[in-house]
Design a protein around this ligand. Structure first.
Ligand code: HEC
Length: 122
C-alpha cells in the first residue's frame, strides 16, 4: 500500500514538472524585437536613393559600413529609444516625405522599432 502511494506521488511530481516546463516556453514573440540595423534598416538607405544626397560629402552620411552609418545617425538624427524625437523617424512618420521620398510603411515601422529598441549596432 505504502509503495502504491509512493509511486503515485512520484508520478504526480513528474506530471506537474512537465506542465511547468511547458508554460515557461515563450509562445508569442513580438515581431519588432527581431529588427536588426544591418538587415532591416541599413538596406533602406541605398534602396531608396538616400545615399545619392547623403553620400560622403558632408552632412549626414548614409553610405559606408552599417556600423559607420549608425555612428553618423547617432550624431544628430537618431536618439536611442526615442523615435518620436529622432529625425530619421519623424521625417517619414505617417507617410510624410523628405525631399520627395516617402518610405513604405514596413520600412518606417522597422526604423521606429530599431530606434525604440535602443538603436543597437546589430
Ligand atoms: C535630394 C537630396 C536628398 C535625398 C534624396 C535625401 N535627403 Fe535627407 N537631407 C537632405 C538635406 C539637404 C538635408 C539637410 C537639410 C534638411 O533637413 O532639409 C537632409 C537631412 C536629413 C536628415 C536630418 C539630418 C540631421 O542630422 O539633421 C535625415 C535623418 C535624412 N535627411 C534622412 C534621409 C533619408 C533616410 C533619405 C532616404 C529615404 C534621405 N534623407 C534622402 C537631402 C536629401
Amino acid at each position: 500500500m505504502k509503495m502504491k502511494i509512493l509511486i503515485l506521488i512520484v508520478f504526480s511530481f513528474a506530471i506537474l514538472g512537465s506542465c511547468t516546463k511547458d508554460t515557461i516556453k515563450p509562445t508569442v514573440i513580438p515581431v519588432n524585437t527581431t529588427v536588426k540595423f544591418s538587415t532591416d534598416v541599413y538596406p533602406i538607405f541605398s534602396a531608396q536613393s538616400c545615399t545619392g544626397c547623403h553620400g560622403t560629402a558632408g552632412g549626414l552620411t548614409l553610405s559606408g559600413t552599417p556600423s559607420a552609418v549608425r555612428t553618423n545617425l547617432l550624431l544628430d538624427a537618431v536618439i536611442p529609444s526615442a523615435s518620436s524625437t529622432s529625425k530619421l523617424y519623424t521625417f517619414f512618420a505617417n507617410g510624410a516625405s523628405h525631399k520627395g521620398i516617402s518610405l513604405p510603411a514596413a520600412s518606417v515601422s522597422n526604423i521606429k522599432s530599431w530606434i525604440d529598441l535602443g538603436a543597437l549596432d546589430n
